[in-house]
Design a protein around this ligand. Structure first.
Ligand code: ZN
Length: 128
């Protein structure tokens, strides 16, 4: 269980899910849109391969969809739970906030997808 939280922390901080130290992206700034998807080929700390295969990160789209849906259901559900009603202006506010953070969700989705690969699918990985 402790390892799960270490992986979760690495994903949230956009660090390497294998060693929890190396940065996943070349440019840490979230609003530099030209380099939003640029990742080093390998982790600078542990050598974990970040480019597993061609078009590997297409699967991160599904993670992005699930994370976005979960976040919106959670936020809107709490709003409805506490206020009893979801106003249209609130819905627009939540959508705007989600759109403002899309670069972070984009990167988190890639980090989750890579962590999923490393811990469940990668061959020859030490499972400790
Ligand atoms: Zn690493």
């Amino acid at each position: 269980m402790l390892k799960f939280f270490k992986i979760l922390k690495a994903v949230i901080l956009l660090k390497c899910p294998a060693c929890f130290e190396g940065h996943l992206f070349k440019n840490p700034h979230l609003f530099n849109l030209k380099e939003i998807a640029d990742m080093p080929a390998h982790c600078p700390c542990c050598g974990q391969d970040f480019v597993v295969e061609t078009e590997f990160y297409y699967g991160a789209m599904f993670v992005s969809y699930a994370l976005t849906a979960l976040l919106m259901f959670l936020v809107m559900g709490l709003d409805i739970l506490f206020s009893g009603y979801l106003y249209f202006k609130e819905l627009l506010l939540y959508i705007c906030l989600l759109l403002l953070g899309w670069t972070y969700w984009f990167r988190v989705s890639r980090a989750v997808w890579l962590a999923f690969y490393i811990y469940w699918l990668q061959p020859y990985r030490d499972k400790n």
